[in-house]
Design a protein around this ligand. Structure first.
Ligand code: AMP
Ligand code: GLY
Length: 432
C-alpha cells in the first residue's frame, strides 16, 4: 500500500523509518518531511494544515493510509476534511477527528472529560477572559507552587509553574486580559501542583479496542538537572524503571479503560493515538494531560522497541480492527538525546551545516529540524536531530546515544548531557 505521513519532525522521521521496514509499504510520502525523511521516502512540499493540498496528493499518488504526526492538523480537523469528501473518505487515516482532538486542543474540555469519566487528575478551576478578578481572588486561597494552563494550543509554552502567588497573579492577567497566548488563553486553568515523577503512556485505539505502546520518560527542560525553560522535549528514555507491571496495571484500569469507555459513552469516535502525560504521585497515576498524537522525542525512543509491523497496527486502527492485534515489544533500552540549535527554545539561527552524520548499528539519528541546501544537510529548526542509542541496559543505550552525538556537530550545537541519569539512579534504588 501507499502511505503518506503528515509532518516534518523527528517523530515523523521515526514513523517513516519504521513504516519503511514493513513489507506492506509500497510507496512512502512525507509532507512536508525533512532531510532525513527524504532518504527513506519522497518528500512533498505541502503544509501540514493544507488539507486541500494533502487531499490532492492522496488522489494523485493513490494513497491508502495517512498517518498524521502533529496536533495542529488534527485539531484543525484533517479527519473531518477527509471524511467530508467522497473520494478521500475511503482512505484509512490514523488520527482522531476535531472532536476527539479536543482532548489535546482544549485543556478545559479534557479536564471536564476526565472528571466526568472518573479519570484521576489534578484538581483545577477554569476562568474565562472576563473573570480575571475572580481568578486573582482564587489565587489568594491557593498554596504554591501554582500551575496555570492556557486552554488552547500554545506550542508547548502555555503552562506556567511558579512558587510566587504574586507572579501567578501577573501571569494570569497577562493570559486572560492581554491574551498573551492569543485565543489559546481566553480560558485559563488554575491547577493543583502534582509532586511526583512524570511518565508518558501511549495508546493506539480504534475507539473501542486498544494496544499500549512502550512507555517513555521525556526531559522537558532545556538545561541539565531539569533547569531552565520548557522545550518540546530534549530527550526520552524507554523503558522506565518505575513503570513496572503493578504500576502499569493501575494505569490501565484507572486511566486507559475509563478514557476509552468515556470516548464511547460520549459518542466521540477516535481512531489514533492517545498520549497520556501522567504523574506518578506516591505510586498512584494522576493524569496531567492528554495529547491526540505521539510524543516527540518519545516516538524516536518508543518505536525502536516495537517489534511488530507498524503498518499492520495502523491499518487495523484505521479500519476499526484493533481487537485482533497484539503488540510485541523488545526488552532493549532506548535512550534518545535531542541535539538543538544554540538559543533554543528562544531565538536561534538556521542554515548551519551539520557535520559528522554517519550510520551506526548501535544508534539511529532521526532528523527533526533539517533541510537540504546545496546538497548539504543544514539546520532548519530549534530541535535539529534526535539520536537514539539502543542497548541491553540503560547504561549501554545511553553510551551508544552519546557516542554518536559526540561525532556530530554544527556551529552552536546544544544538547543535554544528563539524559537517563535520573532513571539510572531510580533503577539502582529499586534494585536495592
Ligand atoms: P503540559 O503542557 O500540560 O504537558 O505541561 C507541561 C509540563 O508542566 C508537564 O510536562 C509537567 O512537567 C508540568 N506540569 C503540568 N501540569 C502539572 C501539574 N498539575 N503539576 C505539576 N507539574 C505539572
Ligand atoms: N515531548 C512532549 C510532547 O510531544 O508533547
Amino acid at each position: 500500500m501507499n502511505i503518506l505521513i503528515v509532518g516534518n519532525g523527528g517523530r515523523e522521521h521515526a514513523f517513516a523509518w519504521k513504516i519503511r521496514q514493513s513489507s506492506l509499504c509500497n510507496q512512502l510520502f512525507i509532507a512536508p518531511g525533512n532531510a532525513g525523511t527524504a532518504l527513506i521516502g519522497e518528500n512533498a512540499p505541502i503544509a501540514v494544515d493544507d488539507f486541500e493540498g494533502l487531499g490532492k496528493l492522496c488522489l494523485a499518488k493513490d494513497i491508502n493510509l495517512v498517518v498524521v504526526g502533529p496536533e495542529v492538523p488534527l485539531v484543525k480537523g484533517i479527519r473531518d476534511y477527509f471524511e467530508a469528501h467522497t473520494d478521500l473518505r475511503k482512505i484509512g487515516l490514523v488520527g482522531p477527528g476535531k472532536l476527539g482532538a479536543q482532548l489535546e486542543g482544549s485543556k478545559d474540555f479534557s479536564k471536564q472529560f476526565m472528571i466526568r469519566n472518573g479519570v484521576p487528575t489534578a484538581k483545577a478551576r477554569t476562568f474565562l477572559s472576563h473573570e480575571s478578578a475572580e481568578a486573582v481572588n482564587y489565587l489568594n486561597t491557593c498554596t504554591p507552587p501554582i500551575v496555570l494552563k492556557a486552554d488552547g494550543l500554545a506550542a508547548g509554552k502555555g503552562v506556567i509553574i511558579t512558587d510566587s502567588i504574586d507572579e501567578a497573579k501577573v501571569a494570569i492577567k497577562e493570559m486572560l486580559e492581554d491574551k498573551k497566548f492569543g485565543s489559546a488563553s481566553s480560558k485559563v486553568l488554575i491547577e493543583e501542583f502534582l509532586d511526583g515523577i512524570e511518565l508518558s503512556v501511549f495508546v493506539l485505539t480504534d475507539g473501542e479496542h486498544y494496544v499500549v505502546l512502550p512507555e517513555a520518560k521525556d526531559y522537558k527542560r532545556i538545561g541539565d538537572g531539569d533547569t531552565g525553560p520548557n522545550t518540546g522535549g530534549m530527550g526520552a528514555v524507554s523503558p522506565v524503571a518505575f513503570a513496572d507491571e503493578a504500576f502499569m496495571k493501575k494505569v490501565d484500569e484507572q486511566v486507559i479503560k475509563p478514557t476509552i469507555a468515556g470516548l464511547k459513552k460520549e459518542s466521540i469516535p477516535y481512531k489514533g493515538f492517545i498520549f497520556i502525560g501522567l504523574m506518578n504521585v506516591k505510586g498512584e497515576p494522576l493524569v496531567i494531560e492528554y495529547n491526540s498524537r505521539m510524543g516527540d522525542p518519545e516516538t524516536e525512543a518508543v518505536l525502536t522497541r516495537i517489534e511488530s509491523d507498524l503498518v499492520e497496527l495502523f491499518n487495523a486502527c484505521a479500519n476499526g480492527n484493533l481487537q485482533n492485534q497484539k503488540i510485541s515489544i523488545s526488552n532493549d533500552y532506548a535512550v534518545t538525546v535531542v541535539m538543538a540549535s544554540g538559543g533554543y527554545p528562544n531565538e536561534f539561527e538556521k542554515g548551519k551545516v551539520i557535520k559528522g552524520l554517519a550510520d551506526s548499528d548501535k544508534a539511529w539519528t532521526f532528523h527533526a529540524g533539517t533541510t537540504l541546501k546545496d546538497g548539504k544537510v543544514v539546520t532548519n529548526g530549534g530541535r535539529v536531530l534526535a539520536v537514539t542509542g539502543k542497548g541491553t541496559s540503560i547504561n549501554e543505550a545511553s553510551e551508544n546515544a552519546y557516542s554518536t552525538v559526540s561525532k556530530i556537530t554544527w556551529d552552536g550545537v546544544y544538547f543535554r548531557k544528563d539524559i537517563s541519569q535520573d532513571l539510572k539512579r531510580i533503577e539502582n534504588d529499586l534494585k536495592q
